[in-house]
Ligand binder design. Structure first.
Ligand code: VG1
Ligand code: CO
Length: 542
């Protein structure tokens, strides 16, 4: 029997860059999680007899939210729910399962790279039938609905056994508990040259993979250790924990420092990688060579044909605006289009669906392709291993070869976290006002060629997204970008993206921090970060 529970709206249920993210304590308030899920069910399109995919990154509150979502799905007329065993589905696996089983959409319970646990973060996002994050038109409609919602629907039913694979019935709705790894592993086998990779491993190619006690552990153990034959122990932090062992499951040089140190040690393995809370990000570090995510996108695109799934070549490349222009140079050399989108994977969906782009990437360690509609951490790792196995060279040699051909985009991101929102807004407002005066002015040796607030018109559906970051472009291809994060749960986070281009015949083997010094100084002069925020150094440099 369907029950209607009276409720009243909560403020602030506005999805950000990737779904609704808040402290667990906020989600635990009576009706809070239910209001948001009901708002999704109230606005999303679905045919009669629709299937919903459900899974999360296993963080604290995952199981509670999943049990409640199952009852609510039954009350809202879904015919079937597909849920990962233990309530687990990595974000890329969820995207694949939505597509494979022709679901009308899915709820992914994750706050991705944010920390987890009773005092940390939780998140919910909705993905549409193509497997990708709901576009802005839908997230806006969900938000509008949360502001007037007055009830949510459920059924009286006990929690299901999430740990046993099989089908159960909840108030007449079928719930399939599936192995979260099997479909995904099969997809990876269809894209990559597993025999070549197995041969490389058998020939002594070694690797360290840090799953950061997040969702990718079981996927990585199955694919890397069982199917490719990497030694037991190749996967570190392979057990998903509700609090990620107290760490931020964010694969960058700060939070994956242990992996970085191991890769810089004299006895480092050939290849190192890590993934984030929900498995959609990747960090790539070769023996004694860190690869920036922007470079990784460019290098993967340049070599993708070496993997069977991409042997026919790429249709196009897409990158988010703050991501370096390294991929643009590869696209130009390949004679294919390169698209520049706002931050967030939801902007790649239309390009992938229309067949305009094959590979996409973001500077924040997200890379993926048209095999699904999310970024995919393990996919990027496997494409790297596939390329290295076929070419038979080291990461360092591949990088040097790439820069010698395309030039090098030195790159770093400086994050200033938990700034008081009013101060961050004042900085952005002042800088926005200053933009028109910047072209032609000089900062040290740098001359401003152009400055604007990035606005994007989707080439497929014509939708416009304005205010997506402030860009200051210097002569010669260097630049600095400023934007505020849309995933944080505390105050504002200012992201400053720094990029310096050196042509192939320029200084391509420099130290990144040294090569970016002039851009860092210009960024401070242009934006007045210390003046506005009182901060004289970033909290995180990646
Ligand atoms: C950040 C990254 C962005 C990424 C988003 C979601 O957003 O910058 O590139 O798409 O996180 O990634 P923001 O608004 O905080 O800069 V994940 O792995 O959290 O789903
Ligand atoms: Co993520």
């Amino acid at each position: 029997m369907i029950e209607t529970i009276a409720s009243t709206p909560f403020d602030g249920q506005k999805p950000g860059t990737s779904g609704l993210r808040k402290k667990v304590k906020i989600f635990q308030q009576a009706n809070y999680t239910e209001n948001f899920i009901q708002a999704v069910f109230d606005v999303v399109e679905r045919p009669g007899g629709a299937t919903l995919v459900l899974g999360g990154d296993g963080r604290f509150y995952n199981r509670t939210a999943i049990q409640q979502a199952i009852r609510m799905a039954a009350a809202n007329g879904y015919a079937r729910v597909i849920v990962g065993q233990g309530g687990i589905l990595s974000t890329p696996a969820a995207s694949h399962v939505i597509r494979k089983y022709h679901a009308s959409g899915g709820l992914i319970l994750s706050a991705s790279h944010n920390p987890g646990g009773p005092d940390e973060d939780f998140g919910i996002k909705y993905n549409i039938a193509n497997g990708g994050p709901a576009p802005e038109a839908i997230t806006e409609a969900v938000y509008a609905r949360t502001r007037v919602i007055d009830r949510w629907l459920t059924v009286t039913a006990p929690d299901i056994d999430l740990d046993t694979v099989g089908t159960v019935t909840v108030a007449g709705m079928a719930v399939d508990v599936i192995d979260p790894v099997a479909d995904y592993a099969q997809l990876m086998e269809s894209l990559f040259d597993f025999p070549a990779m197995r041969a490389a491993v058998a020939g002594g190619f070694t690797m360290a993979f840090d799953a950061m006690n997040a969702v990718t552990g079981p996927y990585a153990v199955e694919i890397l250790e069982r199917r490719l034959g990497f030694a037991a122990g190749t996967v570190r932090g392979g057990t998903p924990l509700e609090d990620f062992g107290g760490h931020h499951p964010d694969p960058n040089l700060v939070h994956a420092k242990a992996l970085y140190d191991a890769m810089m040690a004299p006895d480092a393995p050939d290849f190192g990688a890590a993934s984030d809370g929900d498995g959609d990000r990747n960090l790539i570090i070769g023996k004694h060579r860190f690869i920036t995510p922007s470079d990784s996108l460019a290098m993967l695109a340049a070599n993708a044909r070496l993997a069977p799934g991409y042997a026919a070549g790429l249709k196009g490349i897409a990158r988010s605006m703050p991501t370096s222009a390294a991929a643009d140079r590869v696209a130009a050399a390949l004679g294919i289009a390169c698209f520049e989108t706002p931050t967030g994977w939801k902007f790649f969906g239309t390009l992938l669906d229309a067949g305009l782009a094959t590979i996409c990437g973001e500077e924040s360690a997200g890379t993926g392709s048209d095999h699904i509609r999310e970024k995919d951490g393990l996919w990027a790792v496997l494409l790297w291993v596939n390329i290295l196995a076929v070419r038979g060279i080291s990461v360092d040699a591949l990088a040097r070869d790439h820069w010698a051909r395309f030039g090098r985009n030195y790159y770093a991101r400086h994050d200033y976290e938990a700034i008081e929102s009013a101060l961050a807004d004042a900085l952005i407002d002042a800088l926005t006002a200053r933009l028109p005066t910047l072209p032609g002015s000089t900062f040290g040796t740098l001359t401003v060629a152009g400055a604007d607030s990035f606005s994007y018109t989707d080439p497929v559906d014509g939708s416009i997204s304005a205010n997506q970051g402030l860009r200051v472009l210097f002569e010669g291809g260097s630049r600095v970008v400023f934007r505020l994060s849309g995933t944080g749960t505390q105050g504002a986070t200012l992201r400053v993206y720094l990029e310096r281009y050196e042509p192939a015949d320029g200084h391509i083997s420099g130290d990144t921090a040294y090569m970016l010094q002039a851009i860092v100084a210009a960024a401070e002069d242009i934006a007045g970060i210390a003046h506005h925020t009182g901060r004289t150094a970033p909290d995180v440099v990646t």
